[in-house]
Design a protein around this ligand. Structure first.
Ligand code: MLT
Length: 271
């Protein structure tokens, strides 16, 4: 329920809405996207939660830094600084899609006291194979030498469920534009950060917070088996598989995604 509070001005009373008293949910975007990937969630869930949607360094409206490679620690700390700047010092629900999920695991390792719950979307706890690491290094070099275009072109065909490329060309175009707006330094830094990330599978059994694992049944980038590993490993975690969705599950099937997130928030938090 949204709340309206009176505010006393000198001559009249203003009413306003403020979501600061709702459960805070930090939503961390995937690679090489930005916080606009959460637009459907902001529109539909803002009345149950306080959604905080940063742009990671080098993505969206946040400048790149020239420190290369970035690390998961840097990006996790950046997100915590956003909470600090909002004076949110209590724990929050941390939601991450894909790379955002890798960062969520890092937040759990480094700042466990800041986490009251987890939403792990289209992500995995496993580290990269040697082959994946080498591909990321090549992709980082490509971004710096040739710009983000070739990196985006190679990613696009894997991001959505196969049928979406015919059925939903607007979404394909929208995603492509979003990714092309990332900076080359941001793309290279994030690729190298992902290549260096540790395996989080050993951490799963120690996670003590309510957790929702949500995954598109047609994810071409991260197989459903990775979602099952997380859901089996995290005590009490709930697994939701979304029909007809690929890797960008929250954008491809926003209603189904929002519904499982809403149910999760309603079951565990005071919303
Ligand atoms: C993402 O969607 O964030 C990335 O594609 C994840 C990855 O490359 O592992």
């Amino acid at each position: 329920m949204s709340e309206q509070k009176p505010q006393t001005g000198s001559e009249f009373i203003l009413t306003f809405e403020d979501s600061a008293d709702r459960v805070p949910v930090l939503m961390i975007h995937g690679f090489p996207l930005n916080n606009t990937m959460w637009d459907d969630q902001v529109a539909s869930l803002a009345h149950v939660a306080r959604l905080i949607t940063p742009d990671l360094r080098g993505h969206g409206l946040t400048e790149a830094t020239d420190i290369s490679p970035y690390t998961m620690e840097m990006m996790a700390t950046d997100c915590i600084h956003v909470l600090d700047s909002l004076d949110i010092d209590g724990p929050v629900v941390v939601a991450g899609l894909s790379m955002g999920g890798y960062i969520a695991f890092e937040i759990c390792r480094r700042f466990p006291e800041r986490v009251s719950g987890l939403i792990l979307a289209a992500t995995k706890a496993s580290a990269d194979t040697d082959e994946a690491r080498a591909n990321r290094e090549a992709s980082a070099r490509m971004a710096l030498d040739e710009g983000v275009h070739p990196v985006v072109s190679s990613l696009i065909p894997k991001l959505l469920a196969p049928a979406a490329y015919e059925d939903n060309p607007d979404l394909v175009e929208y995603l492509e534009e979003m990714m092309l707006s990332a900076s080359a330094e941001g793309v290279a830094g994030a690729q190298l950060a992902m290549s260096l990330r540790p395996d989080s599978k050993g951490d799963l059994k120690y996670l003590q917070v309510p957790t929702l694992v949500v995954h598109g049944k047609e994810d071409q980038l991260i197989p459903v088996s990775e979602a099952e590993i997380m859901a089996e490993g995290i005590p009490g975690a709930k697994l939701e598989l979304i029909e007809g969705a690929g890797h960008m599950v929250n954008m491809e099937e926003p209603e189904a995604f929002n519904e499982v997130v809403r149910e999760f928030l309603v079951s565990f938090y005071d919303v």
